[in-house]
Design a protein. Structure first.
Length: 421
């Protein structure tokens, strides 16, 4: 009997010893790729969901081939429309058919994290390589959930035949609008989508308004909304004055604005880099690009968007997946991506490279990203756009500033109705 008990005890101890010496489980070894790749066995393949856009795929194919040559790991590129990736991952991930990494705009991070589809990544060793604004954008509740690839914001386009120099302050911009606007001839000194919160945000931010109060750790307080405070009301007055004085026509939309600018009927417009090819074709060497005018003596705080690579919670190769994300977004490959795909790099070293910085058309956008602030990434942000843009539309039609208070109430009701998401 004693012999049997002794043998049993020895067997239990042996099992425990072997378990302690064996390979750690993925969940123990890695939390979002925080362990160095040297501790993880090299996989034969990594699967990447890329946005289904030809120039982006072309750029990434070259980068992925270089990674395979460097590491011996095959990178399988699967084209999935960026806005379809999240719902597809929710279905494919648990079934083991999803990617190791996927590509998303930063303002969807909150929703992705709440669904449990992505894990934080540790990029401390290369964090300083990226724009501070880009890192801020991918930080959610104090953790980094994306490795930034692309950064974008809007800037100022101007027609050199109509203005010699771009306006450097809001006051100079308003002077151009006052002196060069003749609605009867459909000529305007200045145009923008004045009823779109995305584009008019600098007026709000530079006057002390905010969407959701943000803490130092990057977390947002969805109950503290600053879209109807004193600064927001001041911004609303400025916007309303443009429409009241017919400097911007009521109902302005991108097609109308772009058409008038390309027809050389407008001196200055505010728009993003995505419209640059059309503007260059229409105006040629008469097209100028600049950062946004200063507001209240400070650089304009435009909304900034960041597209980043995210680590799937279902990946079985997290360390190597993060290694690939860092490789794609290093300076050299960020510049390759920019030159082929045409999207500005979020890598600060690449942004400072003469290829980007000294480009007369892209350089100003790159500079403007340094002054902007990321759009909030929490799920509640999706409840903001529609009611607030509706309020701005009502302002453009002469309604009083009380519509901003009503919009904030609607936003809070929407958040509550959606379960706080």
């Amino acid at each position: 009997m004693k012999k049997s008990v002794s043998l049993l005890i020895m067997a239990v101890l042996l099992v425990g010893l072997l378990a302690g010496c064996g390979p750690k489980r993925e969940s123990e070894r890695s939390s979002g790729g925080e362990t160095e790749t040297g501790e993880a066995s090299k996989p034969d393949k990594l699967v990447v969901w890329v946005n289904n856009e030809e120039q982006q795929k072309k750029a990434l194919k070259e980068i992925f081939d270089a990674y395979t040559e460097k590491t011996g790991i095959t990178v399988e590129m699967v084209a999935v429309n960026m806005l379809d990736q999240v719902k597809n991952l929710a279905l494919d991930g648990p079934a083991g058919k999803g990617p190791d990494i996927f590509f998303q705009p930063h303002d969807r991070i909150g929703d992705i994290v709440m669904q449990g589809l992505a894990e934080p990544v540790n990029i401390d060793d290369v964090k300083s390589s990226y724009s501070e604004t880009a890192i801020s954008a991918v930080t959610y509740d104090g953790k980094i959930y994306g490795v930034p690839q692309v950064i974008e914001t809007y800037g100022l386009y101007y027609n050199k035949d109509r203005v010699k120099e771009p306006p450097k302050t809001l006051e100079e911009l308003q002077k151009i609008a006052a002196e060069q606007t003749n609605p009867s001839k459909k000529e305007y000194g200045f145009l923008m989508e004045g009823a779109n919160l995305y584009f008019v945000w600098p007026l709000f931010a530079n006057n002390g308004s905010y969407v959701f109060k943000r803490s130092d750790d990057g977390s947002y307080d969805a109950e503290d909304i600053g879209l109807a405070n004193e600064g927001a009301k001041k911004a609303g007055q400025i916007i309303q004055s443009w429409f009241k004085q017919k400097q911007i026509p009521v109902g302005i939309n991108p097609d109308v604005m772009n058409g008038l600018f390309q027809d050389k009927k407008v001196s200055v417009v505010i728009n993003g880099p995505w419209i640059l090819p059309d503007y260059k074709q229409a105006l040629g060497d008469k097209l100028g690009v600049a950062i946004l005018p200063e507001i209240n003596g400070e650089k304009a705080k435009s909304f900034v968007g960041v597209k980043s690579w995210m680590l799937s919670s279902f990946s079985e190769n997290k360390e190597w997946a993060v290694d690939l994300m860092k490789f794609i977004t290093n300076k050299e490959n960020s510049l390759k991506y920019f030159q082929t795909a045409g999207e500005m790099p979020a890598n600060q070293e690449a942004l400072n490279d003469p290829t980007v910085k000294d480009d007369p058309y892209i350089g100003p956008f790159a500079e403007q990203t340094q002054y902007g602030e990321p759009m909030p990434s929490i799920p509640e942000m999706q409840q903001v756009w529609e009611p607030y843009n509706k309020a701005l539309e009502l302002l453009s039609k002469g309604e009083d500033l009380g519509v901003l208070d009503e919009a904030v109430k609607q936003i809070k009701d929407n958040i509550k109705a959606s379960g706080g998401k």
